[in-house]
Design a protein around this ligand. Sequence first.
Ligand SMILES: [Zn+2]
Length: 280
Amino acid sequence: MKLLSVLFILLSLSACANTPTRDEGIIHPGEVRVLQFDLKDGNPTLFCRGLPVRFSVTDKKAKAIIIESYFSDLSHYICEQKAGSKILETYIYKVVGKDYQAEILKVDMKTIKLSPKDQKRSDEEQLVLNKIYSSSANDFLFTKPFQEPMTSFKTSIYGKKRIYNNHKHGQHLGVDYRAAVGEKVPAANRGKVMLARDLFYTGWTVLIDHGLEVFTNYGHLSKTLVSEGQIVERGDIIGLSGNTGRTSGPHLHWGVKIQGQYLDGVSLVEETKKAWPDDK
Ligand SMILES: [Zn+2]
């Protein structure tokens, strides 16, 4: 295995030998980066780890959101700007592991196992969500950095492992903000409201598409104040916080899903600040 990965790095480096290569620094599992590059001639495409990644272009300057899954195997992360099979420029990220904390919760196992009726409802809602997540706008719908929806204390940060009665039971792949029932919840950025309805797990929920497979969602709301299909600006109030759905008390759950992965919203805020400066 070790020999294979050494071979892989050597092969990749020799492939890069004749093309400009940029060191893009470090990325941790669950984080976001914005890759900015000058678009070369020949209608190039971008591939990361061999898969196509869509990007936005203004005056031949391209921006792509690069993500590393929470479940990363920490393998080398190489992106290539290509024209056909020809590599025009290479960008290398070093993936470094991150220790996410664990929280131990004592719960009645009956509340984890769903009744057939609840299971059916949750399965049906998942299909609706999957459909939304597979159809995103063809360009970024925003031109400013993302903002956290609340500034209050974070009662649970992204990535915390959840251990129920000594059994690891997933992880919290969102950010929870302390909020009483009825506090205003603003949109983190400009986008299109794809869903505003009551879901089994997250209660009254608003889901926004920001384009190129960048989505944010807002859960456990007491009320939604937008309708599906509506375009919202950054900071527009989309609902009021609450404790609907499966929750132990009122708070705001903020989720960020990009290219099919739940990522740390705080990282999205920090990285988009650099790439889309607010004062421009
Ligand atoms: Zn949460």
